[in-house]
Design a protein around this ligand. Structure first.
Ligand SMILES: Cc1cc2nc3c(=O)[nH]c(=O)nc-3n(C[C@H](O)[C@H](O)[C@H](O)COP(=O)(O)OP(=O)(O)OC[C@H]3O[C@@H](n4cnc5c(N)ncnc54)[C@H](O)[C@@H]3O)c2cc1C
Ligand code: FES
Length: 286
């Protein structure tokens, strides 16, 4: 069992968990993820390592409640335990010195870029983090990102904080003003990662994205996470999750992500009905 040591409600449907997992901490590297199960019959969900603490033996995860399992997880609290946390999975981020590294994070993607930016900072690279959300109250980890970045630039869709617009609005203006950029990494919704790739491709700026297809075993055996990169089939769990953004088939990725939408909806509706029934029972008992 993997105890939840700390849980914080951060923004609408976004939660931070600190989980005791000392075996994972020993091997954790920037860019990797874990696969967790809440209970014996639960589905396996991949979540990126946002941070880890070698002394406490804990990992930190940021989870957005989007469907049944992540909503169930949002109902758990400090003191509860997860059934399994397996990992770390994935090829660690490639980090080399002498670069100006621009990391772009949207939504939970901010948590995902966090350890990668830190790894670049540690070897002396100039780090610029562009982070964005729909509005100020939904922005994650601003302080943590400031602590490890030479510069943090912020975009909100509604203009409630930072530049009004998308993270790509800031990147576009950096590229137009010829600011030096050696490597761009983007993590967030697929539409955002595709938009970043479309901006940097004509300029030939090296760009990486961390892909989030549906995953199951995380070992390269089941094929669930297959993606096409440079006309070659890859498995995001073992060949990625980071890939050359200019070679990714984003249309296929989006289509595969929606593959089980009807089943996911049914599963969530049944779960909601069970929760409602339980609430009625508890109210009646009072
Ligand atoms: C490498 C990787 C890292 C990720 N890191 C994070 C993270 O740090 N924080 C976070 O909030 N989310 C992360 N995700 C997405 C997270 O795994 C899904 O949101 C979660 O599995 C949804 O499960 P659900 O039962 O709540 O929703 P469902 O109703 O089952 O699905 C909702 C949507 O989530 C996606 N999804 C469903 N099952 C999976 C699955 N097994 N693998 C991947 N995507 C799935 C699909 O696009 C689906 O449409 C990551 C995904 C990958 C592949
Ligand atoms: S999740 Fe099964 S091959 Fe990647």
């Amino acid at each position: 069992m993997y105890p939840i040591v700390e849980k914080n409600d951060l923004a609408a449907k976004v939660y931070r968990y600190v989980i005791k997992a000392p075996q994972i901490v020993k091997k954790a590297r920037a860019g990797q993820f874990v696969i967790l199960r809440l209970h014996e019959e639960g589905e396996r969900i991949p979540i990126t390592l946002a941070d880890w603490d070698a002394v406490q033996g804990t990992i930190t995860l940021y989870v957005q409640a989007v469907g049944k399992t992540t909503t169930m997880m949002s109902m758990m609290k400090a003191g509860d335990s997860l059934m399994d946390v397996v990992g770390p999975f994935g090829v660690p981020s490639h980090v080399e010195p002498g670069k100006t590294f621009v990391a772009i994070g949207g939504g939970f993607g901010i948590a995902a870029i966090h350890p990668i930016v830190r790894a670049h900072k540690l070897i002396g690279n100039k780090t610029i983090s562009i982070i964005g959300s729909r509005s100020k109250d939904l922005l994650l980890m601003e302080d943590e990102m400031r602590a490890i970045s030479d510069e943090v630039r912020i975009a909100t869709d509604d203009g409630s904080y930072g530049t009004k617009g998308f993270v790509t609005t800031i990147l576009k203006s950096m590229l137009e003003q010829r600011e030096p950029v050696d490597v761009v990494l983007a993590i967030g919704p697929v539409v955002m990662m595709k938009a970043v790739a479309d901006l940097t491709r004509p300029l030939g700026v090296q760009t990486l994205v961390s892909l989030n297809p549906i995953m199951m075993d995380g070992t390269g055996m089941c094929g669930a996470c297959r993606v096409v990169v440079g006309n070659k089939m890859k498995f995001a769990c073992v060949d990625g999750p980071e890939f050359d953004a200019h070679a990714v088939d984003f249309e296929l990725l989006m289509a595969r992500q929606k593959m089980y939408s009807p089943q996911e909806k049914i599963s969530f509706d049944i779960f909601e009905k069970i929760c409602e029934a339980q609430e009625h029972r508890e109210t009646a008992a009072w």
